[in-house]
Design a protein around this ligand. Structure first.
Ligand SMILES: *Cc1c(COP(=O)(O)O)cnc(C)c1O
Length: 220
């Protein structure tokens, strides 16, 4: 059974262009599964709960790059601030202030993405385009000196309607391009979109970071 994880990692690596970073989403999966992928040479893992990520961080090799892909609770930022590699789920202005404070305490600059709400579902998190533009335009580097905004993250609607999903990704890609050309923030070069069910469409629409869980580790 387990050897499958290594095989799946290899398959994704050979299938994806080297310009696309694979984040293996290990949420709810045991550390033994992560170790399996790690031993196959994989270093980027995504979790959606801070406490679970901290527990796994403590047990696993320290060169793993931990991605917080879920909704971030402000009062838990302090637990991940010493080690988190990239925070994808920055969905509120308040979070930037909180992350900045905890990053500074740890004498780190923490990389993050601005999460944009591109799906139809109200239950998903994120800024709308206007709010995100306002944040990016308003000197975030000066306001949050210990936070580095590296790009954008979005989750498409959960549907088989390819046209709809592609249009959501296309919209995010266009916004990403607009930020890069008009605001040109330094180090702004990550577009995190695509999961097990829709990563191919996301990559076609310009994603350079995919977050794959079940297609690597099996059903949750
Ligand atoms: C769970 C999760 C994923 C991975 O989902 P799969 O369908 O298992 O690939 C990707 N992104 C986010 C934000 C998630 O919460």
């Amino acid at each position: 059974m387990d050897a499958l994880i290594a095989e799946n990692i290899q398959r994704f690596k050979s299938q994806l262009s080297e310009k696309v970073t694979l984040v293996a989403v290990s949420k709810t999966k045991p550390v033994s599964d992560i170790r399996e992928a790690y031993e196959a040479g994989h270093l980027d893992f995504g979790e959606n709960r801070i406490q679970e990520m901290v527990d796994k961080y403590e047990e696993l090799p320290k060169d793993i790059r931990w991605h917080m892909i879920g909704h971030v609770q402000g009062n838990k930022i302090k637990y991940m601030a010493p080690f988190v590699h990239l925070v994808h789920g920055m969905d509120k202005l308040k979070r930037f202030k909180e992350l900045d404070k905890e990053a500074a305490k740890n004498e780190r600059i923490i990389d993050c993405l601005v999460q944009i709400h591109i799906a139809e579902e109200e239950s998903k998190f994120g800024f709308d385009y206007e709010e995100a533009w306002a944040l990016l335009e308003d000197q975030p580097k000066e306001k949050f000196p210990s936070v580095r905004i590296r790009g954008l993250m979005g989750m498409a609607t959960l549907t088989d309607d390819q046209t709809q999903v592609r249009n959501e990704f296309k919209g995010l890609r266009q916004f990403y391009d607009k930020v890069r050309t008009e605001l040109a923030p330094a180090d702004f070069n990550i577009l995190s979109m695509g999961m097990s069910g829709d990563f191919q469409w996301a990559v076609d629409e310009g994603s350079n970071m995919v977050r794959i869980g079940s297609a690597i580790f099996g059903k949750r």
